[in-house]
Write a protein that binds this ligand. Structure first.
Ligand code: PLP
Length: 498
């Protein structure tokens, strides 16, 4: 059995990360290229333009690489607009802010090509200035079409949202002179969604603003399009774009963040200690959910972990991350965490981020073939094709640590699962927990763990709560070498405080 990240498949993990300083993010050049190629061919085949939403990923070290595939950047305000202008020179800079202030707006004019307003008031106030400066001017509309359930904080169309002008308000506040300032409409309503959700949204846009679209030069369909995910429906996306172009003679922009950097980063962390409480084995890591992966707590979600399997994050949410009914069936997977033999908690632990072979053996021993059959689909559903689960080898009946196997391979059912650890951060926050994960072996102090899909909404959201250091940032180049991009020190912590 193997669970791996596609981008790391060809590497001996232990060797690859032997010299990195933990905790650290590793940006994966090869995956950026893979994503970039998908986005580039979409643009070539449809004439649409794809921008990087910097809010998701703004490590400008790879901007020269990304600029080979993208039309430019999308910013949430002055600083990101300036970063895009400076680090992707010659490419388009678009900016949307829920509201601009006088001082920032004057500066935004220096860097942005497209300026999107969130209200008719702001359009009236700043539009003439932007027009005089030769900018393309857009208005964010709210098509009042929610395509995501139970996700209100990521749904700009949730009732009472401040994001975008509804048709009712548009009709009340818009006048002919103000409308003439506009060259485009902008709509961002999706989050990690497929093109079927976009199709529904575009239908709503046409219904609500179909009379305005012919007066426009372009439409920007925002972000949230998971275009580079393995099962994303690209043909439907192309159809939607081509239809908009044909029907309304519009240029079409997309500004995904996640799709550009999907699966293009890892977070390597070390186990500092393992403690126990009420039947839970808790590994305390040198990374913190609160500081280094805040979306784990905010969203909440459980990131994929190399050579492991996510069980639940019931500290941060009452629901399991594993949504597949096959896996959440208690007969197949028990989440009880037996306290391990104390001898397993030895401190003399060499770095043991099991490479593919070691993992093949332990997972096979532990879960047998049922793991690949039952969990493989679920893992791919959750994490996409960056994670790979396949079965190989034979069931030996014993795990690597000598604990009896919990798999009844003849019936193909799991009766229980051992080696379950709660992974948690070093901060004072009781909820600084990533979640409970199942492993094919007993964890050891000093062992390295590798989280996947860590380029997006992670580095750009870092903080130094508790004085916890910012992780270093490395680049894994496509030739397999690792280059340090940046490390942080006490001064970086202190400078922001006074
Ligand atoms: C206006 C706007 N554009 C683009 C994006 C990028 O979205 P994603 O990273 O989900 O593709 C966002 C995300 O919140 C957004 O608010």
């Amino acid at each position: 059995m193997q669970i791996q990240f596609k981008g790391l498949e060809k590497y001996d993990i232990e060797k690859l990360f032997k010299d990195v300083q933990t905790p650290c993010y590793i940006l994966d050049e090869a995956t950026f290229i893979k994503n970039g190629e998908i986005l580039k061919s979409l643009q070539e085949e449809t004439g649409a333009k794809v921008l990087l939403a910097e809010k998701a990923f703004s490590n400008f070290t790879v901007f020269p690489l990304l600029s080979q595939y993208l039309a430019g950047t999308e910013a949430s305000g002055l600083f990101e607009a300036r970063l895009g202008h400076e680090e992707m020179p010659g490419k388009e800079v678009h900016v949307f802010s829920a509201a601009y202030g006088d001082k920032d707006f004057k500066e935004v004019l220096k860097y942005a090509d497209h300026i999107i307003f969130n209200s008719v008031y702001q359009l009236k106030k700043y539009g003439p200035l932007a027009k005089a400066a030769g900018k393309e001017i857009g208005l964010r509309i709210n098509p009042e079409c929610s395509t995501q359930e139970g996700h209100a904080i990521y749904d700009p169309c949730s009732p009472g949202s401040r994001l975008g002008v509804t048709r009712e308000i548009f009709d009340l506040e818009m006048d002919t002179d103000t409308l003439s300032l506009l060259s485009g409409l902008h709509s961002h309503t999706l989050c990690e969604q497929d093109s079927d959700a976009l199709e529904i949204t575009v239908k709503a846009i046409k219904e609500k603003f179909g009379d305005i679209l012919p007066k426009m030069k372009w439409i920007n369909l925002g972000g949230g399009h998971h275009i580079t995910r393995h099962d994303y429906n690209i043909p439907l996306l192309k159809k939607i774009i081509l239809d908009l172009k044909k029907t309304y003679n519009l240029d079409v922009y997309l500004e995904p963040g996640e799709a550009v950097a999907l699966n293009a980063g890892y977070l390597v962390t070390k186990i500092l200690d393992i403690v126990r409480n009420s039947g839970h084995n808790i590994a305390i890591l040198d990374m913190s959910a609160a500081c280094h992966t805040p979306d784990v707590i905010e969203m909440p979600y459980m990131p994929p972990l190399l050579n492991s399997y996510p069980i639940t994050n019931d500290i941060n949410t009452s629901t399991s991350v594993v949504e597949s009914s096959a896996v959440s069936d208690p007969s197949k997977l028990s989440v009880s965490s037996p306290v391990l033999d104390p001898s397993a908690l030895s401190t003399s632990s060499p770095v043991n981020c099991a490479g593919p072979d070691a993992f093949t053996e332990t997972m096979t021993d532990l879960f047998g073939d049922v793991f690949g059959d039952v969990f493989g689909d679920a893992i791919n559903d959750i994490f996409g094709d960056d994670t790979d689960v396949s079965s190989s080898g034979s069931v030996s009946g014993n795990s690597a640590s000598g604990n009896p196997s919990s798999t009844d391979s003849s019936s193909g059912k799991l009766s229980s699962v051992e080696h379950i650890y709660r992974l948690a951060g070093p901060s004072c926050l009781a909820g600084d927990v990533i979640g409970d994960y199942a492993f094919g072996h007993d964890l050891n102090r000093d062992e390295l763990l590798v989280f996947g899909d860590m380029a997006i909404y992670s580095i750009c959201k870092n903080n130094t709560f508790n004085g916890i250091p910012l992780p270093a940032i490395y680049l894994l180049k496509k030739d397999g070498t690792i280059e340090l991009i940046k490390k942080f020190s006490y001064e970086d912590f202190k400078e922001r405080l006074g």
